[in-house]
Write a protein that binds this ligand. Structure first.
Ligand code: ATP
Length: 236
């Protein structure tokens, strides 16, 4: 059984449908990539998982539970954390304060000290500057803080929305190495990316959304050489 099972999901905004019969499984291991162009529906799908966006029809099960019976604010407690596009950190709060904000659920609060040690070991740069205001960090450091804050909730599944946006290529590689490492140690992730080649390098399974529909899916190692995908999305 997959950790997260999405079955024939439909949703949209007003009268406009954004997702059409989307079915997708996230295994309890490694990184699953969700790919597609601007406006394909990637963020909408993440928002249905976290509960920001309501489904019109379909089903999502997380660890066997019907997610639609669980209120959005309780889904964090259940183990679903998201790093939103644009990071969503608190710029006028310190690194340390931002991290504490990530551990707000009862479950996570009890593990705060452990969690801090854990995220500081993953991102040593944050350990060196707990008092620094988040707004004065570099773009890369802010992204690390956003991820670290999500980790503070001790998730069982991490959703990442275009975390590479605006970062220098070398930094993106470093960040991906870190994510692969954390994922391999037991935290499955759904990685939403526009950098298709890179996302397929780091993931085990990939899905491609086009106009709200899953048009390609498979093992990432196969998708890397998939003719249709390369022609349509990599211009090769
Ligand atoms: P991007 O990479 O640009 O973030 P995306 O793949 O995440 O794109 P979504 O943001 O999910 O795509 O958008 C899917 C579709 O839904 C688009 O046509 C978009 O215009 C529409 N949409 C998204 N949010 C809203 C909203 N709040 N109100 C109306 N339409 C929306």
């Amino acid at each position: 059984m997959a950790l997260l099972e999405i079955d024939k999901l439909n949703t949209g905004y007003g009268e406009v449908q954004a997702l059409w019969d989307v079915s997708l499984d996230i295994e309890g291991k490694g990184i699953t990539a969700l790919l597609g162009a601007n406006g394909a529906g990637k963020t909408t799908l993440l928002n249905v998982i976290t509960g920001l966006q309501k489904a019109w029809s379909g089903e999502i099960r997380f660890a066997g539970k019907n997610l639609f019976e669980i209120k959005p604010h309780n889904r964090v407690d259940l183990g679903i954390a998201m790093v939103p596009e644009g990071r969503g950190i608190f710029y006028d709060m310190s690194v340390y304060e931002n991290l504490l904000m990530g551990a707000y659920t009862k479950n996570a609060r009890e593990k705060t000290k452990d969690s801090l040690d854990w995220v500081y070991s993953i991102f040593p740069v944050l350990k060196e500057r707990p008092e620094q205001m988040a707004g004065t960090l570099s773009g890369g450091e802010q992204q690390m803080l956003a991820i670290a804050r999500a980790l503070m909730s001790r998730p069982k599944l991490l959703l990442l929305d275009e975390v590479s946006t605006g970062l220098a290529p070398a930094l993106v590689l470093t960040l991906m190495d870190i994510l692969v490492n954390v994922a391999e140690k037991g935290l499955p992730m759904l990685l939403v990316e526009q950098h298709i080649e890179m996302a397929l390098e780091v993931s085990r399974i990939g899905y491609v959304l086009e106009n709200g529909r899953v048009v390609i899916q498979g093992e990432s190692k196969d998708l890397r050489t998939d003719k249709k995908l390369r022609e349509a999305y990599m211009g090769i």
